[in-house]
Structures are given as structure tokens and as C-alpha cells.
Write a protein that binds this ligand. Sequence first.
Ligand SMILES: N[C@@H](CCC(=O)N[C@@H](CS)C(=O)NCC(=O)O)C(=O)O
Length: 215
Amino acid sequence: MTQIPTLYVTQGSGNSFKPMQVAAQLGLQCNVHYLNVLAGESRTPEFLSINPLGQLPYMVLDGGVGLGESNAIAWYLAEGSDLMPSTALTRAQCVRWMNYEQTMLEANISPVRFFTYIVPELEKDHEAMIPIWRERGNQGLAVLNNHLEKNDFITDHGYSVADIAVYGYTHLANEGGFDLSQFKHVSGWIARIQEQPGYLPIDQLLTGQNQSLAA
Ligand SMILES: N[C@@H](CCC(=O)N[C@@H](CS)C(=O)NCC(=O)O)C(=O)O
């Protein structure tokens, strides 16, 4: 990687976890800048001028080019490393599961966790959606569980950027009231990811302290 990225991230987020885990495991040089979503820092005019969507994570290269979406940023950072499969089919399988993560896992697990665990005072405002998110999230976890019954990792490449992406919110699902013990192949895969060299748990990875990571 020739340009040093700045990663804008927020603490406790499964989405911010993904590019940070890739950067940490590959020992990439980058600047890490924290914003407090709960304090409105992702919606200030200053940050909206950087990312008009006001979402984290967000990456800016030192030439000024920006990139949103956790899975896209993780993909960019993993390019050319052991985390990135080399065959067209396996790369396409990664994209398939990274899209699945966004539509079936993150889309359901993240809001339940947010409104019941991070800001439970807002749970009442979302009580109609919470059982729907839970049901869809459980459907998503069941399909993942079936896949992992026959596969140690998301693709036959072995541990890859797709595992990090799918793991991002899946491993936090219990904080949203999902019962991961029902999904024993997902639980076994979570344990395999946590054994990977250089793996850092989310609270050690997303410290809340702005920092420069050196290569
Ligand atoms: N699809 C996006 C979702 C990003 C997202 O929703 N980020 C949340 C934190 S996990 C956020 O920035 N929320 C603050 C806001 O929208 O102001 C991704 O994967 O990066």
C-alpha cells in the first residue's frame, strides 16, 4: 500500500471492527481517528464534508480519496495479502458472503444490539421492529450455520477478509439477545477466528484513542 490511510471509526462497532482487524493483522501503517456517534460527532458539518453519509467506518487516503462501507474498506486493505483469495471464483464467493453479511446479518443484528444493549432507553421506540430484526437475524445465522457445518471458514481459501467481515457483527449477536449457542458451527468458527495470529478482541482493537499505527 503506497498511501497511508486515515480510518475514521467508532468504538464498539462491528463495522469499524472489520477494517481495523485487517489493518492490525497485516501490520498496516494507518492513522486512526475516533468519532463518538452517540455524541453526534458523525453528523457534524465537518465530518459530513468528509463523508456526506455521516457513517463510520470511513477511509481517506493521503491523496484525499475517500471510501465508505466497512466491507469495501476491509477489502481494499486486504488486497495482495494472505487474507485475499487469488482465484476469481473464491473472490466472488467472498463478495457473496460480504453482501450476505450486510443484508441478513448486520442489517438485523446491529439495530437490535444498538437499541437493546447500547442505548436501551430507545428500545421502546423500536419495539415493533425488534422481533422482526430478531427473526430475520436468526434466519441469517441459521444459513451461516449450515454453511459452516461443511466449511471451516467462509471460503476454501481458509481464513480471509470475508471471515473478518462476516464475524464483525455475528460475534456480537449475543449482546443483541441472540442465542449463539443454538448455532454450534457458527460458535466453532468464532473460536477459530479468535485463534488466528494477531487477532484482537473488539475492545482492545477499538480503544477510543486516536493513534498512528506503524507498519
Ligand atoms: N453499511 C455501512 C454501515 C455503517 C454504519 O451504519 N455505521 C454506523 C456505526 S456501526 C454509524 O456510523 N452510525 C452513525 C450515523 O449514522 O450517524 C458499513 O458497513 O460501513
